[in-house]
Each structure stands twice: as C-alpha cells, then as structure tokens.
Design a protein around this ligand. Structure first.
Ligand code: NAD
Ligand code: DAU
Length: 337
C-alpha cells in the first residue's frame, strides 16, 4: 500500500486531490494535515470523512513534532505539499504569513522528509515563480525564476530550498509548477468563483485594470491527475510544468461566466489594478506530456461550464463560505476600490 501525507488537503486543489486519490486509487492511505485557515474547509471533503483509507489531522506544517509523529505513526513514504497561503492580493497586504507558511513551513517538511528518508517529496509550486510574459512565448522548466509578488517570491524561495535539499543531501523530490486552476471547491477570493458568486447575487464584477491580463486556465481535476503521475512515475529531481493550454483574458472569462448565467455585461466594473500585476502567464507542458503521457481531459469551454454548474448546484457550500469573515475580507479589498 502507498502511504502519503498530503498537507493542505482541505483547501481547493488539495481537497480535489484527496477526493481523486480516495476515489481512484484503492491501495493508497491518505493522511491529510491541514491547519484549517480561512481557506481550509472540511466541507470540501464531505462524503470522504469515514473512508477507511483516510485520516484527517488538524495542525500546522510548522509543527515539526506533529509532522514527525504522523510520518512515523502512519509509515508515510511520500509527502505532497499543497499547504500554503495562496492568494496574491493578500500577500500584497500582509506578506509575513506567506514567508512563515510557504517558506518556513516547507523547510520544516523538508527536514523531516530527509531525516525519515522518505521515498518522495512533491512540492506543489506555481508558474508565478517565472514572473510575467510579454505577448508571445511560454514558460518552460528552463525559464529563469523571477517572481514579482510576495506570494510568488515565497513560492520561489520554497522551490529553491527543495532543490537545495536534493542537491546537497540527495532528497528524492519533484517540483510541479502549474498555471491557474479552476473548478469545484475554489474559495471565492480567486477570480473565477468570485465573479460567479457576484454574478449570482447581481453584484458588480470587479475587473482589475483593463481586464486584458492573460491566464492559462487548468481544470483542477487535470492538475490532480498530473500530480499523481509525477508522484508515481517521475524520476526524482525532475521539475514539471503543468498547464491547460487555455490562454484567456480576464474579460473573456468574465464574459463566458455572464453568458452562462444569463446576466448582463453591465455588471462589469473596471477597478483599480493590482500593484505589480503580472500581464500574461502561459505554460509549455510538453515535458510532462512527453515523459509521463499526461494530457488534460477537458477544454476550457467544457471545464468552465462544469464549474459554473457546480456552483449553481452547491449553493449551500457557497453560502457557508461567503458568510462572516469573507464579507469583511471583501469590503476591505473592494469597497472604494
Ligand atoms: P488554498 O488557499 O485553497 O488552500 C491552502 C490550504 O492550505 C488550506 O486548506 C489551508 O488551511 C492550508 N494551510 C495553510 N497554511 C497551513 C499551515 N501552516 N499548515 C497546514 N495547512 C495550512 O490553496 P490552493 O489554491 O488549493 O493551492 C494549493 C497549492 O497549489 C498552493 O501551494 C499554491 O501555491 C499552489 N498553486 C495554486 C494554484 C491555483 O490556481 N489555485 C496554481 C498554482 C499553484
Ligand atoms: O498562476 C498560478 C497562480 O494562479 C497560483 O499560484 C495562485 O495561487 C492563484 O491564486 C492564481 O494567481 P492569480 O493572481 O493569477 O489568480 P487570481 O484568481 O487572483 O486572479 C486571476 C486574474 O484575475 C488576475 O489577472 C487578477 C484578476 N482579478 C482577480 C480578482 C480576484 C480581477 O480582475 N479581479 C478580481 O477580483
């Protein structure tokens, strides 16, 4: 039996990964360690709580004693590290916690993975470590690291640490760098679920700047299948880019959402831009496609419609996440913007 410690498995991508593994890989034990910050939500794992191959532990990746105990008690052979502060806008307001979790938290996990001689350490990173592109070209695994926000700087620092542990002491690792994910269970601070939620409530859709920023959208389930392939098939020490080959401007995405929900484009409001906003991301995924035979399962048009429909049929989930704290967050970020 494969025995993995997933960190941050109550967040958006982590929960989708846990759900996929427990549904499709019967011979795998999943221990999910999550601090349950504002972004962690046990409702993302509804239906899996009593699964015989699943253990949930609320805790911090900075708690070395706890992580060490989990690795020993459950005879873990790999860590998949999703745990992070993940929102660029929040990092521009309060960068400190990004360094704590994303850098020091990863360092804590790395020391344990090395000390316990784990078979593999998978670091879930991001294409944002490469910085921003002009009108042409794509990020490859050889693109120089050049992060622009405190969030991406913290992720880049973590990537460097992972690589250094491999280089210096032989840690068996992989780093995955993916583009923007979308899909079920995404917290509505990120652009797609925020716009869906606002459109459903006939609230203004706050588009930063001219709305012509480009992201390369990847359906979350396809990201999860790629991570599984890396975990189970890749040679150690390899870095893989993962993208959906779906470049869209933010205005195009917002237009698709409004049209699916049959709402008026008059809801769009251009608001003050994000400081240092990266203009364009695009990922060259040819390495993972060639070496591991991965390919995305859906086009953006299919994935976005599935996603919008999911938010429509999971109104209770959405209502819970946008209550309380979220309202204060929204007001502080968007009122008078
Ligand atoms: P998320 O914010 O939805 O979830 C993060 C999870 O980590 C939450 O459940 C939170 O409770 C947990 N967490 C935070 N601090 C923790 C700590 N100290 N100890 C234990 N758990 C902690 O994030 P996401 O969008 O699911 O992203 C997951 C990973 O993928 C992150 O590392 C992020 O950098 C990376 N990534 C995300 C995207 C994207 O589009 N969302 C794209 C590329 C890379
Ligand atoms: O590229 C991978 C990264 O994608 C991940 O590493 C990050 O964790 C993830 O949050 C995401 O970062 P972005 O900053 O690209 O995602 P976000 O959803 O915040 O914004 C997407 C685009 O939409 C971006 O150009 C900013 C714009 N935007 C965002 C919000 C929240 C708006 O125009 N209005 C908004 O209200």
């Amino acid at each position: 039996m494969r025995r993995i410690l997933v960190t941050g498995g109550a967040g958006f991508i982590g929960a989708n990964f846990v759900r996929m593994v427990l549904s499709e890989q019967p011979d795998t034990l999943v221990v999910n360690l999550d601090k349950l910050t504002y972004a962690g939500n046990l409702e993302n794992l509804a239906g899996f709580t009593d699964h015989p191959n699943y253990v949930f532990v609320r805790g911090d990746i900075l708690d070395a004693k706890l992580v060490e105990k989990l690795v020993t008690d459950h005879q873990i052979d790999a860590i998949v590290n999703f745990a992070a502060e993940s929102h660029v806008d929040r990092s521009l307001v309060d960068p400190g916690i990004f360094i704590e979790t994303n850098v020091n938290g990863t360092l804590t996990l790395l020391k344990i993975a090395l000390g316990k001689k784990l078979e593999r350490f998978i670091q879930i990173s991001t294409d944002e470590v490469y910085g921003s592109l002009g009108d042409t070209g794509k990020f490859t695994e050889e693109t120089p690291i050049s992060p622009n926000s405190p969030y991406s700087a913290s992720k880049a620092a973590a990537d460097h640490l992972v690589r250094a542990f491999g280089h210096s002491w032989g840690l068996r690792y992989n780093i995955t760098r993916c583009s923007n994910n979308y899909g079920e269970y995404q917290f509505p601070e990120k652009m797609i679920p925020l716009m869906i939620n606002n459109a459903l409530g006939d609230k203004a859709l706050p588009v930063y700047g001219d709305g012509l920023y480009v992201r390369d959208w990847l359906y979350v389930y396809d990201h999860c299948t790629a991570i599984w392939k890396v975990l189970t098939e890749a040679a150690p020490g390899e870095i893989f880019n993962i993208g959906g080959n779906n470049e869209k401007t933010n205005l195009e995405v917002v237009g698709l959402i409004l049209s699916r929900l049959q709402k008026r484009t008059a809801l769009i409001r251009h608001v003050t831009d994000r400081p240092g906003h990266d203009r364009r991301y695009a990922i060259d995924s040819s390495k993972i496609m060639r070496q591991l035979g991965w390919k995305p399962s859906v086009t953006f048009e299919i994935g976005i419609n599935k996603t919008i429909d999911w938010y429509l049929t999971n109104e209770t989930w959405l209502r819970h996440v946008v209550s309380g704290q979220y309202q204060q967050y929204y007001e502080s970020m968007y009122d008078n913007r």
